[in-house]
Design a protein around this ligand. Structure first.
Ligand SMILES: Cc1cc2nc3c(=O)[nH]c(=O)nc-3n(C[C@H](O)[C@H](O)[C@H](O)COP(=O)(O)OP(=O)(O)OC[C@H]3O[C@@H](n4cnc5c(N)ncnc54)[C@H](O)[C@@H]3O)c2cc1C
Length: 359
């Protein structure tokens, strides 16, 4: 194991590893899941294995996000337009006919060729092969004289010893799933617990079709709904309309989603039929990704209270602890664009910079 260990192979952890590795440091990543990417996760074609759709984030705003722009250049990833031509559907529920209306798109919004997954795949391809250790859920971190000791929540009883640790998990996951010994300062615990994990309580649905039939009818594929289950939906097809897909955010809260169970999908189909007519009732597939059920993203705290976007968190989140050997780096600890893809890249730069300055 390397002297520098990163907990979490999401975008923050991977980007931190790449920056340190490029500066000549040896780095290991311990990842709880059996895949990289964290909240960046994709749907793949069952027969070809090629990327189809985003189950986590979709958009970046490079016109307003200089750090995203720099990383797209660095990783040779190009942006593609979000399809927005035509009218949106305003959905008022089963008792009122939906309305077609032009809704302006968001300024600067863009998708990425290959989805945000391209960020993950490109970074992983640039790291030495043995960097990431999958299925390694860290359960405890102990500071001993001159070293840090990590233990896991699986049955392996393995111990890892290193000099520096970067915790690249969402702050609440770090606080609620890793035992820190000695305990973290109270002010840091407070800062970690009050920083919500962006999108943790949410669920996203991807619906694939043979053709993007809505485009032929002058529709953008966008839905804005007060009734749901989808509060908003968007065209999620390839740039030329294939493969054809829509995606939507499910507005029903976690408890309602749980209560409806498998019936949730039929409620989505009913809504799509109301908005787009018969054609929408014969999709090729539907996939619902419920992030609230994901123990490496959402904590019980994330499922309580109002859903809020993280503000720029307290400075203590960006300071080193345990004699300079422990750092936090996730999208939620960034001093810019917290919670977003750009935040993950900013957090990586913050952490790598601190480690490199320490020598
Ligand atoms: C549905 C959805 C839609 C989104 N839409 C957008 C969007 O359009 N644009 C945008 O900019 N952002 C969006 N986001 C946010 C974006 O996904 C995040 O900002 C970004 O992916 C965060 O990366 P991260 O590495 O900081 O954290 P994560 O991706 O959460 O990575 C943390 C990693 O730590 C691992 N881990 C957790 N606990 C442990 C442990 N104990 N031991 C070892 N490993 C552990 C996890 O498995 C994970 O791999 C969206 C998120 C979701 C879920």
């Amino acid at each position: 194991m390397s002297d520098i260990v990163i907990i979490g192979a999401g975008l923050s952890g991977l980007a931190t590893a790449l920056l340190l590795q490029e500066a000549g440091k040896s780095v290991s990543i311990l990842e709880a899941r059996s895949r990289p990417g964290g909240r960046i996760h994709s749907l793949y074609d069952g027969s070809t294995g090629s990327y189809l759709a985003d189950l986590g984030p979709t958009w970046v705003w490079p016109d307003y996000q200089p750090v995203v722009r720099q990383w797209l250049d660095k990783l040779n990833i190009v942006k593609v337009a979000q399809f927005e031509s035509g009218n949106a559907i305003l959905d008022y529920g089963p008792d009122t006919a939906p309305e077609r209306r032009y809704l302006p798109g968001q300024a600067g919004i863009a998708r990425l060729n290959g989805g945000p997954q391209a960020l993950i795949d490109t970074i992983v391809s640039r790291l030495p092969e043995s960097t990431i250790h999958f299925d390694h859920p860290v359960a405890s971190l102990r500071a001993l004289p001159g070293k840090l000791e990590l233990k896991f929540s699986d049955a392996s009883h393995k111990t890892v010893v290193c000099e520096t640790v970067v915790v690249a998990t969402p702050p609440r996951i770090a606080l609620e799933s890793i035992h820190f010994d000695p305990p973290l300062p109270t002010q840091l615990q407070e800062a970690l617990s009050t920083q919500p994990t962006w999108m943790a309580p949410h669920a996203k649905a991807v619906i694939q079709y043979e053709t993007a039939f809505w485009r032929d009818r002058g529709l953008s594929g966008r839905i804005a709904s007060r009734h749901g289950p989808l509060v908003e939906a968007h065209d999620h097809s390839g740039p030329d309309g294939t493969p054809a897909a829509l995606f939507g955010f499910i507005g029903w809260p976690y408890e309602t989603r749980t209560e409806f169970g498998n019936q949730l999908q039929s409620h989505i189909f009913t809504q799509l039929k109301r908005c787009f007519g018969e054609d929408s009732s014969t999709p090729l597939s539907i996939h619902v990704e419920d992030w609230a059920r994901d123990p490496f993203t959402a904590t019980p705290t994330d499922l309580q209270g109002a859903v809020t976007h993280p503000e720029i968190g307290a400075e203590i989140l960006r300071q080193p602890h345990y004699d300079g050997n422990l750092l936090f780096a996730s999208a939620e600890t960034a001093r810019q664009s917290p919670g977003l893809i750009e935040g993950a890249l900013v957090a990586a730069e913050q952490a790598a910079d601190k480690i490199l300055k320490q020598g």
